[in-house]
Ligand binder design. Structure first.
Ligand SMILES: CC(=O)SCCNC(=O)CCNC(=O)[C@H](O)C(C)(C)COP(=O)(O)OP(=O)(O)OC[C@H]1O[C@@H](n2cnc3c(N)ncnc32)[C@H](O)[C@@H]1OP(=O)(O)O
Length: 208
């Protein structure tokens, strides 16, 4: 990761706190944040630069780095669209504790959290969150704006469509596809393709 520039964050609540600590551990300087309003709590003492829809973001940011620090998939998508519009400098944040295969490909504005594993030949889209301790096994394909919550496990060669959310500790069996816009509940076990959009929960446990 580049250490020569400062980072402007977009969004400053719980998910941003996690990102801030990864950035600080990796040696970045944080310039401040944009958000709808100045936040009441400011645990990291950051400067507020305004609502990105109301201020001249490009002039304020210059050639510094930008990052979408919000957990909600649709808001990250909106922010990244703005980053492209103003040709701002996007990057990838990999927490120093993560273990990311050299043969995987990670797209811009993606966050890889503490103790995450990304294994061989996986491809991760832009604006993705790989949250604390999740495991993305070999040859997985994760599309843009997906959120994989803490502790989720994707076995090998799993595809996840754009904007989907996989809950904490969910497990997806190998070689399966989850199409775009899906929500998989916390602790669920996915044992067949999920091709119809919806909120899916449960683990159909039975004696074999
Ligand atoms: C750092 C972070 O925090 S990242 C975020 C991590 N958070 C998570 O992973 C949470 C993921 N969210 C969930 O699992 C949610 O429960 C959802 C999205 C699946 C469903 O939420 P809601 O739509 O609000 O459902 P609600 O809580 O009303 O429950 C509806 C029904 O589903 C059941 N249900 C909800 N979640 C689950 C689940 N994970 N597994 C099994 N059943 C569930 C409920 O028991 C309830 O059943 P009933 O109708 O028989 O009473």
């Amino acid at each position: 990761m580049s250490e020569s520039k400062s980072v402007f964050l977009f969004g400053y609540s719980g998910h941003a706190y996690v990102i801030i600590e990864s950035l600080l551990d990796a040696g970045y300087r944080i310039k401040g944040y944009f958000d709808f309003n100045e936040t009441k709590q400011n645990p990291y003492g950051l400067d507020y630069f305004g609502n990105e829809d109301e201020v001249d973001v490009k002039k304020i940011v210059g050639d510094n780095l930008v990052f979408p620090s919000v957990g909600e998939n649709s808001i990250r998508k909106k922010l990244i669209t703005l980053f492209y519009k103003y040709q701002l400098t996007q990057f990838v944040i990999v927490d120093p504790s993560a273990n990311v295969s050299k043969t995987s490909f990670i797209n811009s504005s993606t966050y890889i959290g503490k103790n995450v594993v990304v294994n061989a030949q996986s491809e991760i889209g832009k604006g993705v969150i790989l949250n604390t301790g999740c495991i993305i096994e070999h040859e997985c394909q994760i599309s843009d704006y997906v959120h994989i919550a803490p502790g989720a496990i994707l076995c090998g060669n799993v595809s996840v469509g754009e904007n989907s959310f996989l809950g904490a500790n969910s497990v997806v069996r190998q070689n399966l596809t989850i199409s775009s816009g899906n929500v998989i509940g916390a602790g669920s076990v996915v044992i067949s393709d999920v091709l119809e959009k919806g909120i899916w929960v449960g683990n159909k446990l039975r004696k074999l």
